[in-house]
Design a protein around this ligand. Structure first.
Ligand SMILES: C[S@@+](CC[C@H](N)C(=O)[O-])C[C@H]1O[C@@H](n2cnc3c(N)ncnc32)[C@H](O)[C@@H]1O
Length: 214
């Protein structure tokens, strides 16, 4: 227990003050976040779920200074790297939260507060006995729906055909999102670039919140 705590603290103290301030540490893990504390002002908020090394998060923050971007990532090393990179560029509209995606979406995000979610190359858990670990489920989709503003977007991409079919099945079983035909240009994520170099095909969906969950 103490060894784990020491490891946790060491990761934090290695960061300088400006770097550490990029990470948002919630005051409570049982109350919804107060967005005014995360980002001053009232700009639309986009969330990158499982943001990895933060390349997409930062590219989006640079290209869209009128929006705020919160990355959610569970790995301390990745969160620390994002903190360093964001502080180095002094990007004021990008922050990161170290926590489990499903927990954050279910418990920390105020209803009707998010303009867009990005779930890009989530771990595919290819073995059948591990499918239950996949993030994209009916319950998850309904939590995303709850957190989005009316007409908000849910952007999903994967290189994994079987996972993509599961995603399509979950969406088809609900009537709460419509698949958007709008053309958006998104910067590639780090995993996307690796998959493209390997010649893998990328499946992408842009979902728009359609109606309230009954
Ligand atoms: C395959 S990587 C993709 C990273 C990034 N989105 C990209 O496309 O480059 C999946 C990322 O999600 C993170 N992740 C996986 N499950 C998570 C969870 N339950 N909560 C938070 N982060 C998670 C992993 O640590 C990893 O950084």
């Amino acid at each position: 227990m103490f060894a784990l705590l020491r490891l946790f603290m060491r990761g934090r103290t290695e960061l300088g003050k400006d770097e550490a301030s990029v990470e948002y540490i919630p005051k409570s893990l049982t109350e919804p976040l107060n967005w005014d504390e995360v980002f001053p002002g009232s700009a639309p908020i986009e969330i990158d779920l499982g943001c990895g090394d933060g390349a997409f998060l930062m590219a989006m923050a640079r290209a869209n200074p009128e929006h705020n971007f919160l990355g959610i990532e569970r790995l301390l090393g990745r969160v620390s790297k994002i903190c360093r990179k964001v502080a180095r560029e002094d990007l004021k509209n990008a922050r990161v939260l170290r926590i489990e995606v499903a927990y954050a979406v279910s418990n920390l995000l105020p209803a009707g507060s998010i303009a867009a979610f990005h779930l890009l190359f989530p771990d595919p858990w290819p073995k059948r006995r591990h499918h239950s670990r996949r993030a994209f489920t009916t319950e998850f989709l309904s939590r995303i729906h709850r957190a989005l503003i009316g007409g908000g977007l849910f952007h999903v991409a994967t290189d994994h055909a079987d996972y993509f079919h599961q995603i399509e099945r979950v969406i088809a079983a609900t009537n709460t999102f419509v698949v958007s035909a709008e053309q958006y240009h998104f910067p590639p994520t780090t995993f996307e670039q690796k998959f493209l170099i390997r010649g893998l095909s990328i499946q992408r969906l842009l979902l728009r919140k359609a109606s309230p969950v009954k």
